[in-house]
Design a protein around this ligand. Structure first.
Ligand SMILES: [Zn+2]
Length: 204
């Protein structure tokens, strides 16, 4: 498989002037300068810890627009008994509701949003974030069971100019520790399971 830069080069070769335009758009869809949004991971981890206290898989997510947190959330899968209520979806729904309330077109909001999430988004969430054209995604630890980059790179299904820049490894150890705490059933705040000793819920 071609790497991004190889495929860019080959597209430029094939497309000539069009390729130059493509490379220009790619530069516009690059990650923020290092540390401009990554420091928000501390707040995302706080959201993940709150989720852990509620007995949820500890994943926390923030949406940042112009240096300000405009949505935050943690997983609500167990509470709602809805397997799609991942932290990213909680934030997406908050933005959609706010845009509706303020009569703003959500399509113009998402491209200004940097997503900071403690765990690599799953295939569903990464696909949704790409379709909504968020500015970038910064995540903590890898999600080797459901990850939208690791298990199946959903961006490869899209043309290069539509791929959301995505970077992992920001405070990954802390995010992973929270997941380990959850899956080992050591969370002192978690409700006592009725039918099994350890919580083996597999959904993120
Ligand atoms: Zn997800």
């Amino acid at each position: 498989m071609l790497t991004t830069s190889e495929s860019q080069e080959s597209q430029q070769h094939q497309l000539g002037r069009e390729g130059t335009k493509l490379a220009h758009r790619e530069r516009h869809r690059s990650l923020s300068p290092e540390a401009s949004v990554t420091h928000f991971m501390v707040d995302a981890l706080a959201e993940a810890k709150e989720a852990l206290k509620r007995g949820e898989v500890p994943v926390g997510c923030l949406f940042i627009r112009n240096g300000t947190i405009i949505a935050s959330g943690g997983n609500e899968v167990n509470d709602t008994k809805n397997a799609t209520r991942h932290a990213e979806m909680i934030c997406i729904d908050k933005i959609l509701q706010t845009a509706k309330d303020e009569d703003e077109d959500f399509r113009s909001v998402f491209p200004e949003i940097s997503v900071v999430v403690t765990v690599e988004p799953c295939i569903m969430c990464l696909s949704a974030l790409n379709q909504l054209k968020v500015r970038e995604i910064i995540f903590g630890c890898v999600n080797d069971r459901f990850g939208g980059s690791t298990v199946l790179d959903v961006t490869q299904l899209l043309p290069p100019e539509e791929r959301t820049p995505c970077k992992g490894g920001v405070r990954a150890d802390e995010a992973m520790e929270l997941l380990k705490t959850f899956y080992s059933g050591e969370n002192p705040s978690a409700p006592v399971p009725k039918t099994r000793k350890t919580n083996k819920l597999s959904s993120k």
